[in-house]
Every structure is written in C-alpha cells, then in structure tokens.
Design a protein around this ligand. Structure first.
Ligand code: BES
Ligand code: MN
Ligand code: MN
Length: 463
C-alpha cells in the first residue's frame, strides 16, 4: 500500500484541478435560484464516482435536492463501507469580505498552509473532504487495493437540515445496508495532532417574530408610549441567559448528560492554548458558561445563540420609525440526552411567557437534530485510529466537536451502523465564513489515510 504515496505525487495536480472544477459550481441548497446548479453538481459528483471505478452511480431524485448514490460490490461476503458526504454549500455572503470570488477557486499560501490552500465556498465543507473519498476510491480501484465493498451516498441538503434524506434512507434501507459509515465532514486538532471526532451536538433552530402596533409608527409621535418590538425583542433575548451565562429556560438542562470528573480531566489533556485561541480570533477574552473550560463550552455543553436579528430601518442615513415587527433567528446546540423537539417546545413556552402585553410573539421552528456520541472500542474506530497511525505516525486523539450533522444519529437508528468521523479540516479553515479554504496538505493527507482505513477495517472484520 505504500504505492499511495507515489500515486499522490504523480496525480496531485490533477486532484487539485478536479476539485477546483467541482468548486466552481455554486451548489447553494438554501437558495431556490440555484436549483439548476444543484443538479449540475450532483451530475458532476456522479460522473466522478464512475470515473473512480464505481460500477453503478445515479442521481436519485427526492422531494428536495437529489442524492447521489454509487457503489462497487466486489464480494457479498466482504464488509461494506458506506461513505456519506454533501455536495451542497452554505450561501457565500457577505460577498465583499471575500479576497477572491467564492466560486472561482484559487490556491494561496497561508501561515498554516505553506503548501497552499484552495480558497472557495465548499473547499473544506464539504466538497473538498467528500472528494478525498472519491480520489481514495480511484487509487484503490486502479491499483487493485480495494479490499471490500463500497457505497457512496452524497446528499444535497445537509446545510439546510437534511430534510428529505430521512425519507431517502427509509425508502432505500436495504440498498444502504453497511458495516460502517465513514464521513469526512469535521475537523482535526492540528496538522501534527490528528484527532477523530467522537461526538456532534444536536440542534434546535427557531425563528421568532415580535409584533407591536399594526403599522410602523413615527418614532417622535409614538416613541415612549407604544412598545418598540426591537427594544422588547432585545430585552427578551437578554433574559434567555443569566449572569453566569446559564440558559434560563425552565427544564432546559434537565436531561443534559454530565461528564464524570475523569472524562473531564481526560478532555483537558488535549493540546489547547487559550492564548493562541484568543489571538487567532483577535479577542481580548473568551465568554461562556461559568464553571466550564473553553473546550467544554464548545463541545459538551449546550448553547443558545442569536444568528441574526432584524427589523426597522437599516438603509442609508436615518429614518425615524418604530417598526411594527422585529425578528431573530436563534439556535440552540444540544448535547446527549437532550431532545430537540422537547427543547423547541420548552423554548417556545418560555419565550412566550417573557413577552409583555404590549407585543405579540410567534415562534416558528426550523430544523432540528439529535446529538451523537460514538464509542471508541469498535472495529470502526480502531481501524480509523490505525489508519492515522500509518500516515501521521501518531495515535489520533478522540475529541467531541461542537458542530452538528443531524443526519448522523438517524443513520445509527435507521441503519443500525456505527459512524466514523474522519475529518481533515482545521478550525481556521473558515467554513460558513468568507474566505473558506482547505489546505492542500490536508486534502492529500486525507486521500492518503482513507485507503488505510479500508485495509484495517477489512482485516479487523475478519477476526
Ligand atoms: N460539516 C458541518 C458540521 C461540522 C463542522 C461538524 C466542523 C464538526 C466540525 C456541517 O456541514 C454543518 O455546517 N452543519 C450545520 C448544521 C446544519 C443543520 C445546518 C451546523 O453545524 O451548523
Ligand atoms: Mn459539512
Ligand atoms: Mn456546513
């Protein structure tokens, strides 16, 4: 298998160029104007899977954006790896903060990536990481190194809550049967400290609307006498957390899994510098729930954040107005044993109770998802760990992440599989942000590591 290094050396420029082509397609799932591009991206992924040696590949329609499914079954008696990824991307705005256009990929060197990084929306999340699997497949099929069966399920709605994947999985349960699910859609600690993600947070996402008077009012004639929904909304939001940055929603913490002191001290062993963290983000101090470290606040504890807030006049100059309505989008990241449906209900009840009689409020739930935690004593985890040892020369650190991939817990429930999260991104890759990028070193390291996972997983499954 050492031929993977030579193969990478020979083909790396083509690997980068192919990814750039895929990144040129603006597959923005949230925006209906890009429906055609979604289809174009799905077709491109399908073709790349056929080129990589899959026997069959299809663009399967769903009530929403299509799923790309492909497979290569070499022997029914051998184990089957199901690879999941997503070809949709987040909207690129604010556009003026990008140093180069989001869908015109360029390679640029950075301090962390002296070998260069590809800058484009989706470079890391998730086109770049998904495409590592396509190229690893190409290597294995062309060099007679594929040791087991492979299935690919690449969806187009991850960034909007995987609304129809649920339906697709239930419709295709037999076809999707597998022995392990492999996903690269997370990060690792650093280039010289590999890690495997062992947990993801759940999510409850809501939109709130606060209405005052039945029309916009002159802020001189009515200001001070009629409630301003923007002021009221700000006050209501500030009441959702207390002075210790604890969330005040009654019952919110009832089911939260508390980690043992042993687990917490194990977590604290992971390399992390608070000074570096602050410096990279250009902040004087961090912020968060009293009694927990920054690493803990960002992974094992639940959160509540306003993602956007609007209403009234935001155009140029000044307009004197009391808006009739004010809005906010609020997300709550959840941890094991919290149920997003219950949390959304608790939020709604509490938020309504905070409203003074001078306004009316509406809470509209958006998507939600369950958290996921994976044990490390499985063959899947052990095979992944062995794979990193081959290519990094180090045992990866298991680490829970703060992000969410809501569909992961559904995989476990519907397909009865264990999910292995082998992510190669870095926190500094700016996913969902302007100037998203993916290091070429990380991209190639991923392609190099994945075939080792197949090899070890197949060998360990035989025992
Ligand atoms: N790939 C991310 C999730 C992620 C990134 C997990 C880094 C761990 C480390 C995924 O595409 C994502 O952005 N998920 C959304 C949730 C979704 C319902 C919009 C998220 O976490 O905000
Ligand atoms: Mn992703
Ligand atoms: Mn994402």
């Amino acid at each position: 298998m050492d031929s993977i290094k030579t193969y990478l050396e020979e083909h790396k420029d083509r690997f980068v160029n192919e990814l750039k082509e895929l990144l040129k397609i603006p597959s923005i799932s949230a925006d209906a104007n890009y429906k055609e591009d979604m289809l174009k991206a799905a077709e491109a992924v399908k073709q790349s899977l056929l080129d990589a040696g899959c026997d069959t590949a299809e663009v399967a329609p769903t009530p929403g954006h299509p799923v790309v499914y492909a497979e290569k079954i070499i022997n029914e008696d051998l184990p089957t790896v199901l690879v999941y990824g997503h070809y949709d991307v987040q909207p690129p705005d604010p556009l003026d903060l990008w140093n180069s256009p989001p869908f015109e990929p360029v390679v640029q060197k950075t301090d962390i990536h002296p070998e260069g990084a590809i800058f484009a929306r989706g470079a890391c999340d998730d086109k770049g990481q998904m495409y590592m699997h396509v190229k690893a497949m190409e290597y294995m099929t062309r060099n007679d190194e594929l040791p087991c069966n492979v299935k690919f399920m690449i969806e187009g709605e991850e960034e909007v809550g995987s609304e129809h994947l649920d339906w697709y999985i239930k419709e295709n349960k037999d076809k999707l049967q597998n022995d392990v699910i492999l996903i690269s859609d997370t990060g690792m600690i650093s280039k010289d400290t590999p890690s495997i993600t062992t947990g993801l947070r759940g999510l409850s996402y809501v939109e709130v609307e606060v209405t005052g008077a039945n029309r916009d009012l002159h802020s001189g004639l009515y200001g001070g006498a009629v409630a301003n929904p923007l002021n009221v909304l700000s006050e209501m939001i500030s009441k959702l957390t207390d002075d210790n940055n604890h969330i005040t929603i009654p019952g919110f913490y009832d089911n939260v899994e508390n980690l043992s002191d042993e687990e917490r001290s194990k977590m604290a062993e992971a390399p992390f510098s608070i000074e570096e963290y602050k410096e990279k983000l250009d902040i004087k101090d961090v912020h968060g729930e009293e009694g927990y470290s920054t690493l803990e606040r960002g992974s094992i504890r639940p959160t509540l954040d306003v993602n956007g807030m609007w209403g009234g006049y935001i155009g140029e100059g000044a307009k004197t107005v009391l808006p009739s309505k004010a809005y906010a989008k609020i997300s709550m990241r959840l941890v094991p044993n919290q149920d997003h449906k219950e949390i959304t209900e608790l939020f709604t009840k509490h938020f309504e109770s905070l409203a003074p009689d001078s306004v009316r409020v509406k809470v509209k739930p958006h998507h939600g998802g369950y958290p996921y935690v994976t044990p490390i004593d499985t063959i899947g985890y052990q095979a992944a760990s062995a794979a990193y040892e081959e290519t990094f020369g180090k045992t990866p650190i298991p680490q829970r992440s703060g992000g969410s991939i809501p569909i992961v817990s559904l995989f476990e429930k519907e397909l009865d599989s264990k999910i292995i999260l082998m992510g190669f991104g870095l926190d500094t890759d700016a996913i969902h942000s302007p100037n998203e990028h993916f290091g070429i070193w990380n991209y190639l390291k991923g392609i190099e590591t994945i075939p080792w996972f197949y090899k070890h997983f197949t060998e360990m499954s035989k025992k």
